[in-house]
Design a protein around this ligand. Structure first.
Ligand code: BGC
Ligand code: ZN
Length: 366
């Protein structure tokens, strides 16, 4: 068994469904019984899901607990490991996956990201504490080892795994025919949109990104470095993108706006595919040109699909693509880390500012 550290630790937790409830709490050190590895957290990335949970729109505490420790994107270091555990040693850098399986056939096959029954838990999101604390314990099956050279940006592996899955799924779906994709459109220039652009450029596609961010922003500059085009939706409304660009083979929606998702569906080209990744916690309703969208989907063999979460295969793919992309665009991932916030200022980290790409909460310096 792992060394059990006694005492308490500091973490950030919310009371789910209570807007703005994030607070610093003291928790018992994780128990060795919960997982034979004890991991010390270095830094945690913040995303839209964290902000939505802190807004009270999303999130569920572990059974019996009134609070939920948030954070699902974490880079940590193995502090102690149970004897007999293969493949990890103290000092190893680790990013752990988010979802934990239930009894369904997909989860049992190692694909909890495709869970059928819905009784999965997600660390920091649904029914299980997350990583925004000094330590957590875990089972090696859910831990992904990080080469030391990736230390400066490995915390981006979880969001990268999300786009790895979306991309692999789209390409698998398109095995339904001869498919030679040339042009892709990415909607949204947050970390998901930019990471998707990186993967699509690595696959050799021409990529056009559209978002709300101004043209003179860091986002636009990073996208230009990747050899993709960037335009603001203010002067290029979504309805009209296909008329402007021509055939769009692949679209990735990563704005979080369900309106954009439906508008985009009418813009995919013939035989094209659109992947939706936004988790819209709200309840908005819109009117859509349903005849036009339906007709286009049918007559053009178009596919729209959703993609959530990622199993460890996609994290492992992400580790490879980190290395390939760094070689091609040195320093690209560090450019995405726009704020590092000290632990005590967690409230400011949870605040999303328009100029943010990825905000990190620093838990420990080394
Ligand atoms: C996380 C996913 C998770 C999803 C839905 C996202 O922010 O990255 O791992 O499945 O939220 O809860
Ligand atoms: Zn399942």
């Amino acid at each position: 068994m792992a060394r059990t550290l006694t005492g308490t630790m500091q973490a950030i937790a919310v009371t789910p469904k209570q807007p703005g409830s994030a607070k610093q709490i003291e928790l018992a050190m994780p128990q060795a019984s919960a997982g034979p590895a004890l991991i010390r957290v270095l830094e945690v990335g913040i995303d839209g899901t964290d902000t939505e949970i802190n807004n009270g729109e999303y999130g569920e505490p572990p059974p019996g607990s009134p609070v939920l420790v948030i954070g699902h994107e974490a880079l940590g270091v193995v502090e102690a490991i149970g004897s007999g555990v293969q493949g990890f040693a103290p000092g190893d850098l680790v990013v752990s996956t988010v979802r934990r399986p239930d009894e369904c056939p997909n989860c049992q096959a190692g694909e909890s990201d495709m869970c059928l029954f819905g009784n999965y838990t997600e660390r920091g999101i649904k029914g299980a504490h997350g990583y925004m604390g000094q330590y957590y314990s875990e089972r090696p099956a859910f831990m992904v080892k990080i080469p030391p050279a990736l230390r400066p940006f490995a915390v981006l592996l979880e969001p990268l795994s999300i786009v790895e899955k979306a991309t692999v799924q789209a390409w698998k779906i398109q095995e339904r025919m001869v498919w030679q994709p040339k042009r892709a459109v990415v909607l949204g220039a947050g970390s998901i949109g930019i990471l998707a652009t990186i993967l699509l450029r690595l696959r050799g596609l021409e990529v056009h990104v559209y978002a709300k961010t101004p043209k003179d922003s860091l986002q636009a500059d990073v996208i230009a470095q990747l050899g993709a085009s960037y335009d603001s939706v203010d002067d290029h409304p979504i309805i009209g993108i296909e008329a402007e660009l021509g055939q769009i083979d692949y679209m990735l929606e990563a704005t979080g706006s369900s309106t954009v998702a439906f508008e985009a569906m009418a813009q995919v080209g013939v035989n094209g595919v659109i992947c939706l990744t936004g988790v819209s916690g709200g309840n908005s309703r819109i009117e859509i040109p349903s005849d036009v969208i339906n007709l286009d989907m049918v007559l053009g063999n178009r596919v729209a699909f959703g993609s959530v979460n990622a199993n460890r295969r996609y994290f492992e793919l992400g580790v490879q693509h980190f290395q390939q992309a760094e070689q091609r665009w040195p320093g690209i991932f560090e450019r995405l880390i726009t704020r590092r916030v000290p632990f005590a200022d967690f409230k400011s980290a949870l605040d999303r500012r328009p100029e943010d790409i990825k905000t990190l909460l620093t838990i420990a310096d080394e």
